[in-house]
Design a protein around this ligand. Sequence first.
Ligand code: NI
Ligand code: MN
Length: 229
Amino acid sequence: MVKVKWLGHSAFEIKSGEFTLLVDPFITGNPQANCAVEDICADYILLTHGHGDHVGDGFAIAKKCDATIIAPNELAVYAGQKGLKTHPMHIGGAFEFPFGRVKLTPAFHGSAIVEEDGTIVYTGMPCGFLIDIDGKTIYHAGDTGLHAEMMFLGDFEDIELALLPIGDNFTMGPRDAAIAVDMIDPKIVVPMHYGTWPPIDSSPEDFADMVDTEGVEVKIMKPGGVLEI
Ligand code: NI
Ligand code: MN
């Protein structure tokens, strides 16, 4: 069994057996987060891209817990230069980790870290993650617009759970995300990356109404909520 907890925005904790993974653990400054960074630890931290609302507390948690950061190469190199344990990957590549398999998918977006002095450090291509764990495939799309490569996921992957941004402005909005659901054909879809701030204040109920793909269950989670798959 896999336990998937939504921490708000695009942050998820995925637990299976002895392993805990975090994806895009943005807690500090996340108005939706109702947990404390001190209470969170992980074995692996997966980062889709360098934006602050995704790297979030990832580096601090990685340091505290001696976790390995899994990220696109340039972002992983950046993390490595900060003294963290990393496993660099890139789009289209997969790797078998002790907890399961991870493959990086394309995401149409940007990726950069803004340093304290305002310097922008570009951190390569953003990505999504296909995570095969305990016999289930989870797709975390990262931040992305709708793109045709999502059709490959529907054709060649058997996705149990898709985590899709619906907030609009920076990513897909509800309508495009509903089209993505049709392409990906997951068993369950959870909307994310909405309601955190005014520009991405789209409605998950609108999204649920627009999903008309047969056999797909839309689960609107609450921050701190857990889904068992
Ligand atoms: Ni972003
Ligand atoms: Mn974002």
